[in-house]
Design a binder for this molecule. Structure first.
Ligand code: ATP
Ligand code: MG
Length: 421
């Protein structure tokens, strides 16, 4: 029969790589919690409308990347393409956001039907945080400082921080008018995507990756010039806090980000080491989103990092990750010993909850069993044979040092192991 393979763009993460993933997850979780963020977990499936209403009808995600389908009742559902909308939905539904300050974090798989390539998959993992009820620029800055500290903790160097302000809705409105007029004057030079966006989402044209469009985009009216006083002060404060904390960054006035819901600060952490998929983390403020999803207005700001891209950086920098090896590998020889092995192992686990112990299984000679013990990279083998069964002993054979094998009474084994661990 033909073997069945995974879906294109959806990866298996194999045992050789999971220690690195666990390292990323535990480091990030510990850091987020140390800043007061609490974990939230929401369903992977949501009503499609949640995403079309929040991310925006004319974004790439909603137009062509969502995994949407009708369920058995005919309701349109989608696998989440990002987490912010789910977070806001759950926050409203459970009254977490009303008149409240909330710091939330999440982790999990997202789904987008993009063209799979290095660093771009159809199922990918994000870890992110959302802060609600805090409208001040200090919170934007805090999230950026948190991410900067995360790179430091992970040992990742050379990431570049770019920030921008999308200002207020009215500033974007005034800018949009001028931008559309400018782009209309240069309609012949626009690529197909941009012509389509001209009517629906002209700001996204600034974000175009098409090299042929760069000169045109460079000369387009800059949103920075349209920021109102409040937006300017907000951005200025973020700028000052980052400088005071010693964070390097550049202001990129063309950074607009792929989702519609952002206002004020947006930011990205970028690397040159991963080719075209260089953004490892992105975020920004979204003060209108909570009311857009149906809650009472509450400011929000958040970020999300792409785990596969961060993992690729960790692999690229060869940062050593602790892999816990088994402490002991228990080998039983003969029928009596085989029956006694698991009860003995359980007694050891009762006495030593931290013990990493593998009990040998499978057929084969004593030699074959010892070969398996060696391959397990355990520190020692515990050998239970007919002789040991008769004498109430067990043999300890160190596997990683030249020491010779010796025997201890089974009833003293736990105490003996404790002195060794
Ligand atoms: P990009 O510009 O790379 O498409 P994006 O702006 O669509 O990114 P966000 O929606 O802001 O990305 O998601 C936050 C992070 O999630 C990104 O910075 C990236 O690291 C990661 N990410 C986004 N899409 C994918 C994907 N298809 N595969 C792997 N990682 C992804
Ligand atoms: Mg994208």
């Amino acid at each position: 029969m033909k073997a069945i393979q995974a879906i294109r763009g959806m990866n298996d993460i194999l045992p050789q790589d999971t220690p690195l993933w666990q390292h990323l997850e535990s480091t990030t979780r510990a850091l987020l919690e140390s800043y007061g963020y609490e974990e939230i977990r929401t369903p992977i499936l949501e009503k499609t409308e949640l995403f079309s209403r929040s991310i925006g009808e004319v974004t790439d995600i909603v137009e062509k990347e969502m995994y949407s389908f009708a369920d058995r009742n005919g309701d349109s559902l989608s696998l989440r393409p990002e987490y912010t909308a789910s977070c806001v939905r759950a926050g409203i539904e459970h009254g977490l956001l009303f008149n409240a300050i909330r710091r939330l974090w999440y982790a999990g798989p997202m789904f987008r039907h993009e063209r799979p390539q290095k660093g771009r998959y159809r199922q990918f993992y994000q870890i992110g945080a959302e802060a609600f009820g805090m409208g001040g620029p200090e919170t934007d800055a805090e999230l950026i400082l948190l991410t900067a500290r995360l790179w430091k903790r992970l040992g990742i160097e050379g990431l570049r921080l770019e920030i921008n302000s999308l200002g207020s809705a009215s500033a974007r409105g005034a800018h949009r008018k001028e931008l559309v007029a400018y782009l209309r004057d240069h309609f012949d030079e626009l690529d197909e995507d941009s012509r389509r966006r001209l009517e629906t989402n002209p700001l996204r044209i600034l974000d175009s990756k098409n090299p042929a469009m760069q000169a045109l985009v460079d000369k387009a009216p800059s949103l920075m010039d349209y920021l109102d006083e409040e937006s300017r002060t907000h951005f200025q404060t973020v700028d000052e806090i980052l400088r005071a904390a010693g964070i390097d960054f550049t202001v990129n006035s063309r950074l607009v980000r792929g989702l519609d819901y952002y206002n004020h600060t947006v930011f990205e952490w970028i690397t040159d080491r991963l080719g075209a998929q260089g953004t490892v983390c992105g975020g920004g403020r979204y003060d209108g989103l909570v009311s857009q999803i149906g809650g009472k207005a509450s400011p929000g700001v958040g970020f999300s990092l792409g785990c596969e891209r961060v993992i690729a950086l960790l692999q690229d920098s060869d940062i050593p990750i602790d892999r816990r090896h088994p402490d002991a590998y228990l080998v039983a020889v003969g029928e009596n010993a085989a029956r006694a092995a698991h009860p003995l192992a359980e007694a050891l686990r009762d006495a030593l909850p931290e013990l990493h112990l593998i009990v040998d299984a499978g057929a084969g000679s004593f030699k074959a069993k010892m070969k398996r013990a060696d391959r397990s990279v355990a520190r020692m083998a515990l050998v239970l044979g007919e002789d040991e069964m008769a004498s109430g002993q067990i043999a300890i054979k160190p596997l990683r040092s030249g020491e010779t094998q010796y025997g201890v009474a089974q009833e003293n084994l736990a105490a003996q192991l404790q002195t060794m661990l």
